[in-house]
Design a protein around this ligand. Sequence first.
Ligand code: GRF
Length: 193
Amino acid sequence: VKAAVFASGTGSNFQAIIEQEIENKLACDIALLVCDKPGATVINIAEDYDIPTFVFNPKNYAAKKDYEQEVVKRLQIMNVKWIFLAGYMRIIGPDLLHVYENKIVNLHPSMLPAFPGKDAIGQAFEAGVKTTGVTVHYVDAGIDTGPIIEQKSVHVFPDDTKDTLQKRIQRVEHQLYPRVINQLIKQERGVFS
Ligand code: GRF
């Protein structure tokens, strides 16, 4: 089954997913990277691994529906069934959401519903919590509000900086996301193991 990853940034999670695929440990085929930031590092990673990309600049479109319709067209041509967001910094609009209902999944660096939105790691660090974490959830029309699929907690230690906390969270993300992706795809196939 084919999937697309949507990312806007450095792409460490995209890379973690691709590396699982290369080791034949991913239950789907990452057929496309969709990126809304020309020049983002994640594009170089896709090129290094020979993954096709669709890179666009939202400023070149009159409205969200215009680029989302273009994205849907490209996904459908490639027969993409799942969308995994990995640092895609845009709200998914109705044009995309309705075509891919219950098939769009996001990764967020906190224990939702705590610390939704931007800079969740910074928010948790500033709040002084002792535990934060990582959430994988279905995407709905809100910001980080969809049904939770899986979470993993991460300790915050007294001598942590935002940077050391971020690194610990990323290590958890890189393990958790490919595992949950496999779980979702196997569930869909009816293999409950
Ligand atoms: C991750 O922390 C993810 O949880 C959030 O955006 C970040 C993307 O990081 N949604 P990277 O580009 O995969 O390194």
